[in-house]
Design a protein around this ligand. Structure first.
Ligand code: FES
Ligand SMILES: [Fe+2]
Length: 448
């Protein structure tokens, strides 16, 4: 348990071994291939959203490195996952992102598979020396489970179940009613760096005061524009046995959201008004806003349809809970927003990766106020399409763009004779732990 009643409990402490993070880890093809076989093919991967596949026969394709995977809604309401590989001579069964079928029919020689993977038709069935392949061959299935409304897939037939893999994340996320949250942002692009460059970045907040520097006084520059207190001395860090980690920063603060005259600035003032508070009451009392906002949300929330507030701890009502799920998934979880950053290895190139930026928001009954992401304000009834684009064609969101600018430069240095490895600060422990866990997988050791 990592939440106990209304208290956020620390996760068990981890021993670090010390890691150099040498450049070859980000550039070597041999390392990249080993990493795929021994790590990517052994872990649970978040690949889809249940609500995207409402009806039996609905399917979605997701690629992870060299593998292409299908998720298919079944007649009984469950979801199965298959390799997107025809069992005749290996043509990819589908090439679009998603669709609906009665049967999957291969374009090459018309073999047909049911949504549950069963091969039901082949041309010239009596022409096979080994006998009719129907009844013998089916689509190759992978382990598939759902949690928080997301579809998770594992290529390892002997893997532990998803709950075991997620460890304390399972409890932490169970109270938000995430399965009913709706998507408001879905952007995908390819980045010119190894996937670990991206995850390293999301595994530390040491870069926040510099890369995401807000304007203002020195004190204010240590905090992000959204009113989250990012100072390391006020941040809680936790590492889980399973490889995931958590970082909690106090939010709802009038640190930066404070005007020259001591009055509460934006966006905090608007948020306070939405919860029936008068920001004017808090002039020169900015540091009291966090607790006051927690109280207001707790009092007013459930009657306004925010039913999950009853189950959340006070901190979860205002603070920024950043999670990294091993190996490729970074989440900022707010009381009503789920910011989802995922990275997948490129099919062939260790020096590229595929990057997704998604936002989900809670759906309190009757709520009409727009959805506020960290980057934009989106109408509550917006229907959002998945946007796939070339890097630079479009913004990924302001803070993410700032991070991405660094990635390609850092990747270049990973090949330099001038880079001999990292020299890490304590607040970069999550980076270190991540690489140690990758090494464990590479050496055939998995978390207990
Ligand atoms: S490869 Fe699919 S039917 Fe031949
Ligand atoms: Fe960042």
């Amino acid at each position: 348990m990592s939440t106990l009643g209304n208290e956020i409990i620390d996760w068990p402490k981890q021993q670090l071994r010390g890691h150099r993070l040498e450049g070859y880890r980000y550039t070597s093809r041999e390392f990249f291939e080993k990493e795929f076989d021994r790590m990517w093919a052994k872990v649970w991967l978040l690949l889809g959203r249940e609500s995207e596949l409402p009806n039996p026969g609905d399917w979605q394709k997701e690629d992870v490195g060299p593998e292409s995977i299908l998720m298919v809604r079944q007649e009984d309401g469950s979801i199965k996952a298959f390799y997107n590989v025809c069992q005749h001579r290996g043509n990819q069964l589908v090439s679009e992102e998603k669709g609906h079928v009665r049967r999957f029919v291969c374009r090459y020689h018309a073999w047909a598979f049911m949504p549950d993977g069963e091969l039901v038709y082949v041309q010239d069935a009596d022409n096979f020396r080994g006998g009719n392949p129907c009844g013998k061959l089916n689509l190759k299935e992978l382990k598939c489970e759902t949690f928080a409304g997301f579809i998770w897939v594992n290529m390892d037939p002997d893997c532990s179940d998803l709950k075991t893999f997620l460890g304390p994340i399972w409890d932490d996320w169970s109270n938000y009613e995430l399965e009913s949250w709706k998507r408001y942002l879905a952007r995908t692009t390819t980045l010119p760096c190894n996937w670990k460059v991206v995850m390293d970045n999301f595994n530390e907040s040491y870069h926040v005061p510099t890369v995401h520097r807000p304007r203002g006084t020195l004190e204010e520059r240590k905090r992000m524009h959204s009113g989250v207190d990012t100072r390391v001395e006020n941040t809680r860090f936790d590492l889980a046995d399973e490889g995931h980690n958590r970082m909690i920063m106090p939010g709802g603060y009038a640190g930066v959201s404070k005007n020259e005259d001591g009055s509460i600035g934006e966006p905090l003032a608007t948020i306070m008004r939405e919860w029936g508070m008068d920001p004017a009451d808090y002039t020169d009392r900015g540091n009291e806003t966090r607790e006051a906002l927690q109280k207001a949300k707790r009092q007013v929330g459930p009657s306004r349809g925010y039913t999950h507030y009853e189950k959340l701890a006070d901190e979860q009502l205002t603070d920024a809970f950043h999670y990294t799920l091993f190996p490729n998934f970074a989440v900022s979880l707010w009381s009503d927003g789920f910011h989802f950053l995922r990275v997948r290895p490129h099919p062939t190139d260790p020096e590229q990766c595929v990057f997704d930026n998604w936002w989900y928001a809670s759906q309190p009954e009757g709520e009409t106020a727009p959805v506020r992401t960290t980057a934009e304000i989106i109408p509550r009834d917006a229907e959002v399409e998945h946007e796939v684009f070339e890097l630079g064609e479009k913004s990924m969101g302001r803070t993410i763009d700032q991070d991405v600018e660094i990635f390609s430069l850092q990747q270049i240095s990973m090949r330099s004779r001038g880079y001999e490895g990292a020299y890490l600060a304590d607040q970069e422990s999550r980076v270190e732990r991540y690489h140690e866990l990758i090494d464990d997988y590479l050496e055939g050791r998995q978390p207990e």
